[in-house]
Design a protein around this ligand. Sequence first.
Ligand SMILES: Cc1cc2nc3c(=O)[nH]c(=O)nc-3n(C[C@H](O)[C@H](O)[C@H](O)COP(=O)(O)OP(=O)(O)OC[C@H]3O[C@@H](n4cnc5c(N)ncnc54)[C@H](O)[C@@H]3O)c2cc1C
Length: 485
Amino acid sequence: MDVAAEYGIIASAYEQKHGAHSRVHQMAKAYLFSTSTDMIGFLMATTDGAVRTLLDLGQPRDTAEAVRHFTSRDPASFWTCGQWRTEQAGGTDLSRIKTRAVPNDDGTWSLHGRKWFTSSSVANAALVLAYPDRSSADETASDGDHEGLGLFYVPIRSDADTPPHEGIGVNRLKENLGARKIPVSEIALDGARALPLETRHGTRYLTPMVEIARIWNAVMATGFMRRGLALARDFSRKREAFGTPIIEKPLHYDTLASMQATFEGAFQLTFRTVELLGELENRTLSDDGMQLLRALTPLAKLLTAKQAVGVVGEVVEAFGGAGYVEETGIPLLLRDVQALTIWEGTTNVMSLIALQLLRRERRLRAVRNELQRYRDAVESPVLVEAVDTAEDAFRSAVTWLAEALDEFPDAVEAGARRFAMTIGKSLELALLARHAQWAMPNEGNRAVAVVEHLAAQGIDEIAAHRTYDARMLAHDYTAQSLFRS
Ligand SMILES: Cc1cc2nc3c(=O)[nH]c(=O)nc-3n(C[C@H](O)[C@H](O)[C@H](O)COP(=O)(O)OP(=O)(O)OC[C@H]3O[C@@H](n4cnc5c(N)ncnc54)[C@H](O)[C@@H]3O)c2cc1C
């Protein structure tokens, strides 16, 4: 926590010392910080997101002081903020939330309910979703924004070492697969005092927090890949088999190269998203850029998390038996990284969000324009070929979507993950090609080799399933058929 404050892991995004690049600066620090700090990045992510949400809301009521704490560089006054959303009945489906908010005479509200999963047990405050008690709040049922959930600011404690305020209890600490060094708990709210931020459209106003947390997720995923690769590379220079260090075995370095290419593609996609976020906050983002940022956020989240689990799984294997032994610290990486596929939305839930966003022509156009920019930026024939491959995959996904919507709409949802992965990977490849063009004078063939390795992995998941989809349609069976007894 002290390091986070001193190095401005949150603050540097809001001090705006580097204008539109302030986010890149901050997230570069977060990238270095998060994998060395036992998943405390989760708490940093929600603190960062809370600042964005509170600033966007105009810092209502007493929250201006809280924002000063969240963005402090002084460890003595640095606060963190969590997000309490998930309940036992549902974390994705927020309509299942049961926590109620009852207004008090002094303008505060009292919260009653159980939050089932929070990685912010040690936070100083939380943003909480709850259903306002409409009758006593003298409001009618919600309109439009059908959830009708309210968003509340709950002060928890002013000092990290003190117990939570009255009405907030920790039912139990959870025993998790990973993320074990941050206390993850179930929270009981029995009259916890809360400030109302928005009593009708809470989910809408929580969106900036959620989007920033998803970008943090991608930054953490790339950090994990980089750390795992650094360890695996180092080990491979020291470990010998059949007379040479294993780094000299063609199959071993081919495996490492494939992991490196995946990591570099993920890094490009993540930091392009970060760059757009910085431009948005600096008010220099075009409308096209805005559409692109909306599309890229779920894509970067879902793709990099999955890639990180794959790469870190290979890291475990690259250590042989030692990778499976706790005292090496390697199993910890795999346990921790798995959380990134679930937290802030599972892969499938993110895929459905991406699909929903990309059904709008203006967002597809923004992605197409982005690919075109990379095409214009590359000259080397091999890099032009890589951008061609990326554009082909993008077109394949878009064509599939149009055809599926026309011909077999039920398959659209089933194909959402393949669709999202294909578009995400096409962006990674094209971004990497653009980067290689820039890096070639310094890096020479290395930059190109990375691009070739990523292209060789295959990026079009839609094409791979075309025959399967067509047969499903022709023979009238679905994926559910596999489970018929
Ligand atoms: C380490 C960690 C820390 C966390 N910290 C917090 C926190 O601080 N605050 C907080 O509020 N929550 C937190 N969570 C909870 C997390 O955000 C939720 O668990 C997550 O969003 C998934 O929600 P769920 O548990 O309701 O799963 P469900 O939504 O029930 O998902 C179960 C399965 O169903 C699938 N699924 C759901 N809907 C669909 C659909 N429409 N189509 C296809 N598949 C679908 C999912 O992909 C998943 O595979 C944390 C979780 C973890 C792992």
